[in-house]
Design a protein around this ligand. Structure first.
Ligand code: GDP
Length: 309
């Protein structure tokens, strides 16, 4: 008999050729008349490949399989419906996903620190987020505390110009990121803006440095203003690696929310489930493109449909 690894490989090949891989795979498995043991394993493997996470995938399929045995119900459309509702449960339909700046008890200025590994879309997300607040009629300031990458402050400045908000930066290359955060929070307070968004660097290569740097950014910012939110930007296309990254940042600075970026380029957003289960931090927003308006609230229903349909 074909081993599990062989079947997983075959499934992976099939998925890589498909344009809507996970939904199609699940659909083809679940559109058979009667589900065999191997079919159930295929469902589990498909969820696994969509990054739902080993523990969650197994738990989910076990539950559905047991239910099907008890009720004698293996009508695929019913199983699919059950799968949808189990996934929705896991993702959490009642979770409060509002940005803290949008809650009635937010401080003013409300401070948001953006963290994440370089390349995940942190600077872009900071720009889009500024746009979102501007659209709500709020005044916004951006702080360029990613002083490691020479182009990062320029990139943030371009975003500032695009969405019409001031950017606090240092002219010195390699300046202390914490000093930029201090300056930005001081100015945000003086100018009494509604929201300050601070962009940071994310070099995972040196974990100790990263933790020191983020800890210091937070401490000096808090000399001026309380920090309402720390948002981790996770690239949806990086799969379970994202989980390891999330743990490092959670430990380094603490997180209040996650932005899942590049969801337009991946159906593998299952990482949402792992992050929420293991870190107990809600996914608040999703990035769906490179433009200023390509940031949307995370909606569990749309997200689950994206995996299933
Ligand atoms: P940073 O190093 O974390 O600050 O990452 P950047 O903000 O520079 O983004 C890295 C690249 O990802 C850029 O080319 C962005 O345009 C792109 N990017 C960011 N967010 C998204 C998204 O939601 N969808 C897509 N397709 N690209 C994105």
């Amino acid at each position: 008999p074909e081993g599990r690894r062989g079947r997983l490989q075959k499934l992976r090949e099939k998925l890589s050729k498909s344009s809507n891989p996970f939904g199609k795979a699940l659909f083809s498995i679940l559109s058979q008349d009667n589900l065999t043991e191997a079919d159930w394993e295929d469902v589990e493997d498909t969820l696994l490949l969509a990054d739902v996470g080993a523990e969650a995938s197994e738990q989910l399929v076990d539950r559905l399989h047991t239910d099907a045995r008890i009720t004698g119900e293996s009508d695929p459309s019913k199983v699919k419906e059950a799968l949808r509702s189990e996934l929705l449960n896991m993702v959490g339909t009642k979770t409060d996903r509002r940005l803290n700046a949008d809650k009635p008890d937010a401080h003013r200025p409300s401070v948001i620190i953006m963290v994440g590994v370089n390349g995940t879309g942190k600077t872009t997300t900071a720009g889009k987020l500024a746009r979102l607040f501007v659209a709500q009629g709020k005044s916004v300031m951006l702080g360029a505390a990613d002083t490691f990458r020479a182009a990062a402050a320029d990139q943030l400045e371009t975003w500032g110009a695009k969405v019409g908000v001031p950017v606090v930066r240092s002219d010195k290359e390699g300046a202390d990121p914490a000093s930029v955060a201090f300056e930005a929070s001081k100015r945000a307070k003086e100018e009494d803006v509604d929201v300050l968004i601070i962009d940071t660097a994310g070099r995972l290569q040196n974990k100790a440095n990263l933790m020191d740097e983020l800890g210091k950014i937070r401490r000096v910012t808090e000399k001026n203003l309380p920090v309402d939110e720390v948002l981790l930007v996770l690239d949806a296309t990086t799969g379970q690696n994202g989980m390891a990254q999330a743990k490092v940042f959670a430990q380094a600075i603490g997180l209040t929310g996650v932005v899942l970026s590049k969801l337009d380029g991946s159906a593998k957003g299952g990482i949402v489930i792992s992050v929420q289960r293991e870190l107990d931090v809600p996914v608040k927003l999703v990035g769906v493109g490179e433009g200023p308006d390509d940031l949307a609230p995370f909606e569990p229903e749309a997200f689950v449909d994206g995996i299933l349909d």
